[in-house]
Design a protein around this ligand. Structure first.
Ligand code: SF4
Length: 327
């Protein structure tokens, strides 16, 4: 029996978070009580990943700082000589923690997020005064020549903020930016979705969003890249890249681990297809279930291709939505 070979591992060490963003796709927040893996379980996942020839870990949450063993886990990654991205909303990143993070030889990138052009607008989405902490963290790593990646997620009323945000972030030589519109409200309750529906950028505004972003990509070519909205041509090109590969879109060899240990090929929460508990084994047999999943991906792509002829799509979420309908 062949097993799926991992190159990279995306691990959500907790869904607890010190912020409570109105658009959070995994319903993170301080109120959240979720099942978490133990320190030992996570360390054994890292060791098995390394043994399989794994190279790269994305260490994320929720907010990883909510775990008291966070640095112990990062020590483990470093001792295994694994490179990693560390993702944080930056709210809890004081000087001491920043220095400690920067001391890891495996730290390849600091990932954080901005939700509006100034502290007040940012706070209106995430509920906390974290804007200045984000800028401080990016500045700190910039001075150390450690790359940072800022995910800018914009509500419908904030689309025009992208210009001011890029102006600020382009001052840092080691900072890359991805700008995405809020296109759904993830795992929120029906009441929360109703209350916050004005945050969503409707598909008819995608064209305006794209045009604006396009201009800024030309102005700041070293700083900003693509967004998460896919038009028909882009989807066709992407599928053409992997359609002849027997592993189809899984050919990039990456998996995601949820806080409770669920092993999945999806980074979104509403994909119900789980391949076991990561702390028991990272070995995913390439059996009937595995190829059944690939067939579902192909079917989801067919639906999406058809849809994308009518309007632009937020591709990853759309795949998971179709899969949850198909099974
Ligand atoms: S910082 Fe991230 S995990 Fe926390 S509430 Fe916001 S979107 Fe969710």
């Amino acid at each position: 029996m062949d097993f799926y070979k991992l190159n990279s591992l995306y691990i959500e060490v907790t869904h607890a978070c010190n912020q409570h963003c109105r658009h959070c796709y995994l319903d993170g927040g301080i109120h959240r009580k979720n099942e978490e893996m133990s320190t030992g379980q996570i360390k054994s996942i890292f060791a098995e990943f390394k043994n399989q020839g794994g190279k790269y870990v994305v260490f994320t949450g929720g907010e990883p700082l909510m775990r008291s063993d966070m640095f112990e886990l990062l020590d483990c990654l470093d001792s295994l000589e694994l490179r990693f991205t560390f993702a944080s909303n930056s709210l809890g990143m004081n000087r001491e923690r920043l220095e400690k993070l920067a001391s890891y030889k495996g730290l390849a990138e600091y990932f954080t997020s901005i939700l509006g052009e100034n502290p007040e607008k940012h706070k209106a989405i995430c509920g906390k005064d974290s804007f200045d902490s984000v800028i401080n963290a990016v500045e700190f790593f910039d001075k150390k020549d450690i790359p940072s990646f800022v995910q800018v997620t914009l509500a419908n009323d904030y689309i025009d903020d992208m210009e001011t945000i890029l102006e600020k972030l382009s001052a840092f030589k080691n900072c890359s930016v991805k700008i995405t519109p809020i296109a759904s409200l993830g795992c929120k309750s029906a009441e929360e979705k109703e209350a916050d529906k004005n945050l969503i950028v409707p598909p008819e505004r995608f064209e305006y969003f794209h045009k604006k972003l396009d201009e800024l990509c030309k102005k700041y070519p070293n700083c900003v890249g693509d967004d998460n909205i896919y038009e028909h041509d882009k989807i066709v090109n992407m599928i053409n890249e992997y359609k002849e590969n027997p592993l189809y879109s899984l050919c990039w060899h990456s998996v995601c681990v949820r806080p409770n240990g669920d092993l999945s090929f999806s980074y979104n929460m509403n994909n119900p297809y789980v391949f076991g508990k990561a702390f028991e084994s990272l070995k995913i047999p390439m059996d009937e279930k595995f190829f059944g999943y690939i067939n579902l991906l192909k079917k989801a792509d067919e639906f999406i291709l058809e849809e994308s002829e009518k309007h632009a799509i937020e591709y990853d979420t759309a795949v998971d939505n179709y899969i949850s309908v198909l099974i």
